[in-house]
Design a protein around this ligand. Structure first.
Ligand SMILES: NC(=O)c1ccc[n+]([C@@H]2O[C@H](COP(=O)([O-])OP(=O)(O)OC[C@H]3O[C@@H](n4cnc5c(N)ncnc54)[C@H](O)[C@@H]3O)[C@@H](O)[C@H]2O)c1
Length: 382
């Protein structure tokens, strides 16, 4: 089989992990080049990494300059693993050269970036795959399956929580030490893990948002709110409530979701103390469980990979992202999690942060595929 030629930009802990996953799990992947402005990440050992990358990737050429890397190599894919607030420029440059992009989340940091990225993909023969790994989780696929079989009816209210505080304090501390963007990014902007799965069972885009933040109570010197809560709504009135944590002392987490549909209910409640995470549902369409919550034997691992020892990363979801992306590339099919999907789950966080900055003002949201989006870029300044 012909090799798929891959490069990576951003060698923080996520970039280092993802590039090793691609190399070690997919025989047909060749890691041609890697880039970071900090050469120590290439030459030296790092947190959670005993062997320097230059030794574990002996055939890979390292660059400090992204443009040079793109110029000097023939590539099928670039993995964009720079900080969460700086993805778009790297993606645009690759797409302009007709190189496919795997972009980690969130997709963009501003509305103007969303417009540029959208246009870049429209003008390119290449595609962007959004690295929204929670969309691949087994319980998310189960939720989508219940929805598609008509067992939930039409969702009219949904909730998601992503609390990332004290469950693993050493990990949280290390992440902030090593990844500067984590210090100041408003928590509600890191919303794709929560909205991505729920938007899989919503045909409409989210249209309205109100959002508030707590300010800083846990650590008065922090640059971001301890908690932010947003209410989103579609034009037909479907609501999503999203709670995101920036700091806190609650030893709970990480991801919970609830779906209220016209014919049923689904929930995935994150682990609590000794109780493991649990998935349950009920449906008026199934006599036996119309009034009783049924537990589902499914969690993060996508069922198709349960017996696959290579399926690692966030409960198998990182492997699933690459597996589905490379399969789509080889079959010349659309990327399974498109740029449009990524913007649907990223832009609501940007509007929400702006709503919070305006003390909870209700904002109307648009997307680059709508003509009103240009007015938002001009008027909102976010
Ligand atoms: N999907 C997930 O589950 C998940 C988990 C963790 C992180 N992430 C995402 O992965 C991305 C990376 O996260 P991280 O924690 O590793 O971030 P990080 O800040 O630790 O690493 C980013 C790296 O990009 C490099 N960089 C910045 N500007 C550059 C430039 N101009 N040229 C080359 N390199 C440059 C930095 O030097 C740094 O090493 C983020 O977007 C984050 O949101 C996703």
């Amino acid at each position: 089989m012909e090799k798929i030629r891959v490069a990576v930009v951003g060698l923080g802990h996520r970039g280092r992990y993802m590039v090793q996953l691609a190399k070690n799990s997919f025989d047909f992947v060749e890691i041609v080049a890697a880039c970071d402005i900090d050469p120590a990440l290439w030459h030296e050992t790092q947190w959670q990494q005993k062997v320097p990358m230059k030794e574990s990737l002996p055939g890979t050429v390292f660059y400090e300059d992204y443009n040079k890397m793109l110029e000097e190599n023939t590539l099928d894919f670039v993995l964009v693993e720079t900080g969460a607030d700086v993805h778009a420029d790297f993606c645009v440059k690759a797409l302009e050269r007709n190189i496919n992009v795997f972009s980690d989340i969130p997709s963009v940091a501003t509305l103007a970036e969303a417009k540029r990225l959208w246009q870049a993909e429209q003008n390119s023969t290449a595609q962007l795959m959004t690295g929204a790994n929670p969309n691949e989780w087994g319980f998310v696929n189960a939720m989508v399956d219940l929805y598609q079989k008509g067992l939930l009816g039409k969702p009219y209210y949904m909730e998601a929580e992503y609390i990332h505080c004290l469950l693993n304090p050493e990990l949280s501390r290390q992440l902030v030490v090593h990844s500067p963007w984590r210090k100041a990014l408003p928590p509600i902007r890191y919303c794709t893990h929560s909205l991505g799965p729920l938007l899989r069972i919503m045909e409409e885009d989210l249209r309205y948002v109100v959002c508030l933040g707590t300010g800083q109570h846990v650590n008065p010197d922090s640059l971001k709110d301890d908690m932010m809560a947003a209410l989103f709504q579609t034009e037909s009135g479907v609501m999503i409530r999203l709670l995101r944590a920036g700091a806190g002392k609650a030893a709970i987490g990480l991801h919970s979701y609830r779906v209220f549909g016209t014919k049923g209910y689904f929930e995935r409640i994150a682990e609590r103390g000794n109780a493991p995470a649990v998935c349950r549902f009920n449906s008026t369409e199934l006599y036996a469980c119309s009034r009783k919550l049924m537990e589902m034997p499914v969690d993060t691992m996508p069922p198709e990979y349960i017996d696959n020892p290579k399926a690692g990363g966030h409960g198998g979801a990182d492997y699933a992202l690459f597996d589905h992306m490379f399969a789509a590339f080889m079959a010349k099919k659309p990327m399974p999690i498109s740029l449009r999907d990524g913007l649907r789950m990223t832009l609501p966080g940007i509007y929400a942060a702006e709503s919070a900055r305006r003390k909870g003002e209700k904002l109307t949201m648009h997307y680059p595929w709508e003509k009103e989006f240009d007015d938002d870029i001009r008027d909102l300044g976010c």
